[in-house]
Design a protein around this ligand. Structure first.
Ligand code: SF4
Ligand code: MG
Length: 333
């Protein structure tokens, strides 16, 4: 049984032209690191938040999300609380948005332990010190007495990771956990997340717009466009031979993490802009931006997500587009 499973999950908001999520199938097994990649507005965050039952207000939700076998869609408060304070935790992009600025770090970290476990202050403090050490903070005792403004963004994100670990979760949902941080801090935070994942055998869903980052840390990658999964494959395969033109476009527009010596690689942005919720397309959602689009086919019928070897791809031309075609996709030739 998957630790996290989405089965045909669709989410629609009133007054929009297309669903926010359209038939999402995605799994994360225990101990597996999976990335969900796409531009902003593609539905990545909505997907991640759905795992905790945090659906957009007024949304119509169809399909299933299961966390360790527990159905989240339609779940009552007790079941959701059990997931959020037990099996699964989430780390958000901006650590300052998730913490009360006028409370000490120690109070923030120990509250959940004291309320849900009935622990004494001393015992909860000991556990908080241990967690702050586990995320690599230099002086845990001192940090407990500090206020959020006294810590840098990177240190505060470590505090948020410590907070996410208080209940000993098995699933970590990370929504752009490094996007708000400077480059050197980004690498530190990813290293900490990677170490904790291995040490604790956590299942992890990493939400990112950065396909290079995803490739560096994940076993499998799902690529999302306009609320749909358009390609999924093991990382090496997706990276080496992307089949969907959008995947190829993301790879061609993203600077490599470890750039080779010599002149920097030419980056080619994907033309056009992502499809908003007020736009719809009768055929492939990516057709308006796709250099390989075939008139009369791509703009008429939505491509289903189908198996091609160990990949699943939603593109009418997935079989005929080679890696070379896709490399040429973004060359502007
Ligand atoms: Fe491009 Fe057509 Fe494939 Fe869509 S279905 S990605 S428009 S080639
Ligand atoms: Mg987002």
């Amino acid at each position: 049984m998957a630790l996290l499973e989405y089965a045909n999950l669709s989410i629609a908001l009133p007054g929009t032209a297309r669903p926010v999520l359209d038939g999402i199938d995605l799994t994360v097994s225990a101990g597996e690191v999976v990335a969900l990649v796409g531009e902003s507005g593609s539905g990545k965050s909505v997907t991640a938040r759905s795992a905790l039952g945090l659906f957009p207000t007024g949304a119509h939700v169809d399909g299933h999300v299961r966390v360790d076998g527990t159905e989240v869609v339609g779940a009552g408060p007790a079941a959701l609380r059990a997931i959020r304070t037990g099996t699964a935790s989430m780390i958000f992009q901006d650590p300052r948005a998730g913490i009360n600025p006028v409370r000490r770090i120690g109070d923030f970290l120990t509250e959940a332990l004291r309320v849900s476990n009935g622990w004494s202050k001393g015992r909860a403090d000991d556990r908080a010190v241990e967690l702050l050490g586990a995320v690599g903070l230099p002086d845990p005792e001192r940090h407990l007495r500090q206020y959020p403004y006294e810590l840098s963004g990177g240190m505060l994100q470590r505090v948020m990771i410590a907070a996410a670990l208080t209940a000993g979760p098995r699933l970590l949902l990370c929504d752009e956990p490094t996007t708000a941080l400077d480059v050197s801090t980004q690498a530190e935070i990813m290293a900490i997340l990677g170490r904790l994942q291995r040490e604790r055998d956590l299942g992890m869903l990493l939400i990112t717009h950065d396909i290079e980052l995803a490739a560096a840390v994940c076993d499998r990658i799902y690529v999302m466009y306009a609320g749909r999964i358009v390609e999924t494959a093991p990382t090496a395969q997706l990276f080496g031979a992307p089949r969907h033109p959008y995947t190829a476009g993301l790879l061609g527009s993203s600077p490599p993490l470890r750039a080779p010596a010599g002149p920097p690689a030419r980056l080619t942005p994907i033309p056009g802009s992502p499809m908003g919720l007020l736009d719809s397309a009768p055929g492939c959602s990516f057709a308006a931006r796709c250099r390989s689009a075939r008139p009369g086919v791509c703009d008429r019928t939505p491509p289903p997500l189908e198996g091609h070897g160990t990949a699943l791809v939603a593109c009418h031309l997935a079989e005929s587009l080679t890696a070379t075609d896709n490399t040429a996709t973004g060359e502007g030739s």
